[in-house]
Design a protein around this ligand. Structure first.
Ligand SMILES: [Zn+2]
Length: 437
């Protein structure tokens, strides 16, 4: 059975908005089988739903978060400089006793609220397995990145192996729980916390991490926090400043380390760690020449403007990134640096940071951009073969530009419904009628 869902606006994302459009859904496969405009020729399915004044768009993709930090919600206050915030975060994370059960429960609660806010997929960073159970039990698709940290070059081989083992264990648990929607990969944390050989060891083509088993090749997608703060630029350029003090205080300083003396994107290039499947997260300090390099390589810049503001890191160069043609995605980062995991709220912050960027560009980043970056072919668009895990929103009656409303004013998601849930309800009632119950 196919169910046709009409709405005032249908947003395929990979094509212009359809006014008075429809989406045909096969509820048994959870798949979209057609998208079109009212009055288009062709057979009309027997079962139709008219949502009236509503918009249908793909489920949103939160390309960067740390679900296992959800128990820190509201516990790390905003800071005026990034390293001050990092020190406060480490103090809270490792200072107060927290049980694994509390961490897991907070991750599950965060996932539930993300689902309520229209999120269909995540790029989740983790140092432990805490988020794996909640992810497997949820509706979310995506990648769980096992994160590597370690600034001492001598530790690189050991940490790379441990990180790979962590990703393999996570992958095994996901498989055990019957979850094929989420896969595991590895990711270095950032240039100021992860040594050059460790970043290199976690890059494509390095056998230490780049296979899981002979049967299952590893996910090629990786992620790194990059050019997040002015302090990171100072550290890479001269080896001085608050990051050097922090590493020294943590006992992580490597006395043999030499500052590379280059900008963050150049540094990654030199390590062979800049590639098309890389998610470059934050980038508040990226210059136009670096953005041009990212565009040329095809890496994705993940924008997290609310977290950047919270940690005192700056404002991402959204308009310059768009002008350079960089592939873009949207992330919230963790609940230790943002009030919620609501991607619509992140879009509103992006709109404020880039008033002249077309709404369609920002919407694409929050859907198709993230889906492509994470290799999720079934998400990000409304098109035949795509998932029916799509979002239904009800704009105010006087809205004329629905894309602008979704980007600027749609952070209150109390009207939000899921297309697949809505269609499943109708399908069940229909099959109940058909079989005489
Ligand atoms: Zn992060």
């Amino acid at each position: 059975m196919i169910i046709r869902v009409h709405a005032r606006w249908v947003l395929p994302i990979a094509a212009p908005v359809i006014r008075d459009g429809w989406v045909d859904v096969d509820p048994t496969r959870g798949e979209i089988v057609g998208v079109g405009a009212a009055g288009a020729p062709g057979p009309v399915p027997a079962t139709t739903i008219d949502l009236g004044h509503a918009a249908i768009l793909p489920g949103l993709v939160n390309a960067h978060t740390h679900l296992e930090l959800s128990h820190l919600a509201g516990r790390v206050p905003p800071a005026s400089s990034f390293v001050a915030w990092v020190r406060a975060m480490l103090g809270v994370r490792f200072g107060a006793p927290t049980t694994m059960g509390e961490v897991v429960e907070a991750a599950a609660t965060a996932i539930a609220s993300a689902e309520t806010a229209g999120t269909a997929a995540v790029g989740d960073i983790g140092n432990t397995d805490a988020a794996i159970g909640p992810l497997a039990a949820s509706s979310l698709s995506g990648i769980h990145f096992r994160e590597a940290l370690g600034f001492k070059a001598d530790d690189a081989g050991r940490i790379a192996s441990e990180t790979r083992l962590g990703a393999m264990t996570a992958q095994g648990r996901l498989a055990e729980e019957g979850c094929a929607r989420v896969i595991a990969s590895v990711a270095p944390h950032a240039p100021y916390s992860t040594s050059a050989p460790l970043i290199g060891a976690l890059s494509p083509g390095r056998p230490v991490t780049w296979f899981m088993t002979r049967e299952q090749p590893a996910c090629p997608v990786s992620s790194i926090h990059l050019a997040e703060s002015p302090e990171e630029l100072e550290f890479l350029s001269s080896g001085t400043g608050p990051f050097r003090d922090l590493l020294t205080d943590l006992g992580s300083w490597d006395p043999d380390w030499q500052a590379p003396g280059v900008a963050p994107v150049t540094y990654l290039q030199q390590l062979g760690a800049l590639h098309r499947d890389l998610l470059v997260v934050h980038g508040t300090q990226l210059t136009r020449p670096e953005l041009d390099v990212l565009a040329g390589v095809g890496a994705t810049l993940v924008l997290c403007p609310r977290s950047n503001r919270w940690v005192g890191a700056g404002v991402p160069p959204v308009a310059d990134a768009v002008a350079a043609g960089v592939r873009l995605a949207v992330g919230t980062d963790s609940l230790s640096s943002v009030a919620d995991l609501n991607v619509f709220a992140e879009l509103a912050a992006l709109r404020a940071a880039a008033p002249a960027v077309p709404a369609a560009t920002l919407l694409r980043a929050a859907t198709l951009g993230g889906a492509q970056a994470l290799g999720l072919d079934h998400l990000g668009v409304l098109a035949p073969g795509a998932s029916s895990r799509a979002v239904v929103r009800v704009p105010p009656a006087d809205v004329e530009d629905v894309e602008e409303w979704l980007v600027a004013d749609a952070a209150d998601t109390s009207d939000l419904r899921w297309l697949d849930t809505l269609v499943a309800g109708v399908g069940n009632r229909q099959s109940g009628v058909d079989s005489g119950h």
